[in-house]
Design a protein around this ligand. Structure first.
Ligand code: MLT
Ligand code: ZN
Length: 461
């Protein structure tokens, strides 16, 4: 190392894995947003809680900013290090630490991938239900930092619901053991919940105790084709009334176009404007009959044009690929992502207004809609027209996001449903949070991180 501050860190934490290799700086300095040029000072890969504490204490003495880092699958720039920060990667802290069959909890290190959590729960006959397409790459620490949602929120809720305890290194290097796996704990402020969704700005999550639950009976998957947006909410109501929904995900013909161009098989002989992938608790005749009744009712009403059931695991996986493959199929086009939410009841009015807005403002752009309609969460991805320069494209998108933020404000929605504010949505935080709330959030930040070293510039300046 040629940097005296890093030499000092290495002297203090002998054996710490630290890299300044340019390839590592580029790799660890960015997330999936790809909009900022990575420029970290170095990357530290601690192997223990004590090493994380030592790094945070050193950072306070040297006034070095830290960017906590998991799988960097984030879509809001929350894990970007573009200003000489030290990336604090939890990647090596990826073990299952304990399982308690009585409490039905799994204690893990923060760097464990979500998929490894699923497998560890399954091996013990249980389920960790938070799930989404990035499961193989994202880590539980990152999921906690953004209160990740995903495809099963409609049935199980967000990450927040499944965190029984957290070990967190605060901004001064203190180790906080928050809630310690308790179900009931009415002893003042719940700092654990404050950490969840704080995007690495209040502390570094180093360990988590996760609640597990019984796996559901085998689910059934159905793909529906819909002629209009208006019918979509009616289809949702009809299915929810008759079935226990485990997922209700929607996407448009443009989304399907990109997934097929990326290698997926077309599901129907003919194109339809909208699609839904739904999964419902199945496994018995009653559920099958209810699903058929829901489908036939929607068909009669003209809300659904076609449908297919995944008859085997392989077929169900094929149907899911059409929804889960969207992000990957759009990535080469560098989409500008909007991740918004409104109450389900506000969805029809919000959609009507937003559709008109986007048609007016983006006539030349490929706008791809998809998302978790049953949670009131829409992903609106905008792709640049061929040949448009990056700067001009982002300029257009930022202006339209401002209009979207104003619409969200009117409808009582949020500018980030599940991706986080990070850098991308920072200018629009005040569309979702009042000045009084933001002032309190700043106060909380100061309390946990007095020197402002944890992920500075994310969420707010
Ligand atoms: C999804 O629902 O697929 C994720 O939030 C990722 C995305 O929005 O691209
Ligand atoms: Zn999503």
């Amino acid at each position: 190392m040629t940097d005296a501050r890093l030499d000092c860190l290495l002297a203090r934490v002998p054996g710490l894995r630290l890299t300044r290799d340019p390839a590592d700086l580029a790799h660890y300095g960015r997330d999936w947003t790809r909009r900022w040029t990575p420029a970290p000072l170095a990357v530290a890969l601690p192997g223990s809680v004590e090493e994380v504490q030592a790094i945070v204490r050193w950072a306070n003495e040297e006034r070095i900013a830290l960017v906590p880092s998991g799988g960097r699958t984030g879509l809001s720039g929350g894990a970007v290090a573009a200003n000489g920060e030290l990336v604090l990667s939890l990647e090596r802290m990826n073990r299952v630490l304990a399982f308690d069959p009585v409490d039905r909890t799994l204690t893990v290190q923060a760097g464990i991938p979500l998929q490894a959590v699923h497998e560890a729960a399954r091996e013990r006959g249980l389920l960790y239900p938070v799930d989404f397409a990035a499961r193989g790459s994202c880590t539980i620490g990152g999921n906690i930092a953004t209160n990740a949602g995903g495809i099963r929120v409609i049935r199980y809720g967000n990450t927040r619901e499944w965190i029984a305890g957290l070990a967190v290194v605060a901004g001064n290097g203190d180790l906080l053991e928050l809630n310690r796996g308790l179900i009931k704990n009415s002893s003042g402020y719940d700092l654990r919940q404050l950490m969840i969704g704080s995007e690495g700005t209040l502390g570094v999550v180093v360990e988590a105790t996760l609640r597990l639950t019984d796996p559901p009976p085998p689910g059934n998957t159905m793909l529906l084709a819909l002629p209009s947006f208006e019918g979509l909410m009616r289809v949702f109501a009809a299915f929810r009334e008759r079935l226990t929904l485990q997922a209700f995900e929607f996407f448009t013909d443009r989304a399907l176009h990109h997934v097929i161009a990326h290698g997926a098989a077309a599901p129907f002989g003919q194109a339809h404007p909208f699609y839904v992938v739904t999964e419902y608790a199945g496994g018995d005749e009653a559920a099958e009959a209810a699903a058929l009744a829901a489908f036939e009712h929607c068909l009669e009403q003209g809300w659904v044009g076609d449908g297919v059931i995944g008859r085997s695991e392989a077929q169900a996986a094929q149907l899911w690929r059409l929804r889960e493959g969207i992000t990957e199929s759009l990535a080469p086009h560098k989409p500008y992502k909007n991740d918004v939410s409104v109450r389900i009841s506000a969805m029809p009015a919000f959609l009507a207004e937003t559709q008109a807005l986007l048609a007016r403002e983006y006539p030349r752009f490929d706008v791809v809609w998809f998302g978790h309609i049953g949670d009131g969460n829409l992903h609106i991805n905008v792709l640049p027209p061929p040949g448009m320069a990056d700067g001009e494209f982002v300029g257009h998108c930022e202006r339209v996001t401002k209009l979207l933020a104003e619409a969200l404000s009117r409808h009582g929605g949020s500018i980030s449903a599940e991706h986080g504010i990070g850098l991308v949505k920072k200018p629009y935080l005040d569309s979702t949070r009042s000045p009084a709330e933001i002032a309190l959030m700043r106060g909380v930040k100061r309390a946990f991180d007095p020197n402002g070293l944890l992920n500075p510039g994310k969420l707010f300046d």
